[in-house]
Design a protein around this ligand. Structure first.
Ligand code: ATP
Length: 302
């Protein structure tokens, strides 16, 4: 059946991401930091449902998905007002396109917030792409990318639709990467979250010469141990200085037979690289038994 945009509901998935490599290159005059990072999207998704309405308003309902995890309380509450990135993205697109259309949006949250997994950015990117279809606006990828850059740094990565990429600048310069096989992870998050600006305030540029290109090359052979030796996150030390839970997770991962481990983004989530989904499942069981409140077995999206 051909679905007429804005008369039929549209459902879209917004993936989480992990940063496998994150180097702080320099602090810029505008206060932001230039980064070199490799992001990969994983099979943990928020769901966005766009439904028609007679009104010209954009409305949002946020539903917390029930979780099998022991404690699914978010470390930071998800806003339901105009500060939610979903509403901000919808309003921005509506204004840009000069549209008087409305929409009823339901956001089902599964991605932990304030956890370095890019949930809000992914929701915003999915809203831009989803409403472009739902409202039949026919805006180009370039136009949507320009709007994305006004909303936040990681939104362009999710909008690009590539599963793995090198992102430079504030994160808006995106170079897609092809990786030969899925990567397997166990992801854990403590009950506490961290504010991204607070972590960036504590960080220093990395002058060690760590190379994102070299890391990207190592991803072409994910079975060998070079990739795990090159895992890097310059925000991990600042995050640990602000949050003991991250330090504790690192200590727990140190005792696990994973191939390598790292904090993602500005934290507080932490991941271990595993050899297979079975291996990741066994590591998840050990973390749950040790009382880690939120544990997820994931693989990179293809
Ligand atoms: P990043 O890795 O991009 O820095 P994050 O994963 O650490 O982000 P998010 O989950 O994106 O963090 O949310 C950070 C803050 O943004 C939350 O504390 C919340 O108040 C606000 N926020 C706005 N919109 C959303 C949304 N749709 N989902 C989650 N948080 C949102």
């Amino acid at each position: 059946m051909l679905c007429q945009p804005s008369t039929c509901a549209l459902t879209m998935l917004a993936p989480a991401k992990l940063n496998l490599f994150l180097r702080v290159v320099r602090k810029r005059a505008d206060g932001f930091h230039d980064l070199e990072t490799v992001m990969t999207s994983i099979n943990l998704f928020d769901t966005l449902l766009f439904e028609p309405t007679d009104s010209s308003e954009v409305t949002l309902r946020v539903v917390m998905a029930s979780s099998q995890n022991q404690n699914s309380l978010p470390p930071a509450p998800i806003p339901t007002d105009s500060s939610n990135l979903v509403i901000r993205a919808a309003q921005l697109l509506k204004e840009y396109a000069g549209s008087s259309a409305g929409v009823k949006i339901t956001l089902v949250k599964r991605i932990p917030s304030a956890a370095g997994m890019g949930g809000g950015s992914s929701d915003a990117a999915t809203t831009l792409a989803g409403l472009n279809r739902f409202w039949n606006l026919s805006r180009t990828r370039e136009e949507l990318s320009e709007l994305a850059s006004q909303l936040g740094s990681d939104i362009g990565f999710f909008l690009g639709g590539c599963s793995t990429a090198i992102c430079r600048g504030r994160g808006e310069l995106i170079e897609p990467l092809r990786i030969p096989t899925s990567l397997h992870f166990v992801v854990a998050r403590p009950n506490s979250g961290l504010s991204t600006p607070a972590v960036f305030k504590q960080c220093r540029p990395n002058e060690s010469g760590a190379s994102v290109e070299e890391f990207a090359k190592s991803l072409q052979h994910p079975g060998n141990c070079r990739m795990v030796r090159l895992l890097l996150n310059d925000l991990q030390a600042p995050a640990e200085s602000l949050n003991d839970d991250v330090k504790q997770l690192r200590q727990q991962f140190n005792k696990l037979p994973v191939l390598g481990h790292l904090m993602t983004g500005s934290g507080t989530s932490y991941f271990g690289v595993c050899a297979s989904s079975r291996h990741a499942g066994m590591m998840a069981a050990r973390l749950r038994a040790a009382g880690v409140p939120w544990v997820h077995v994931a693989r990179s999206c293809s």
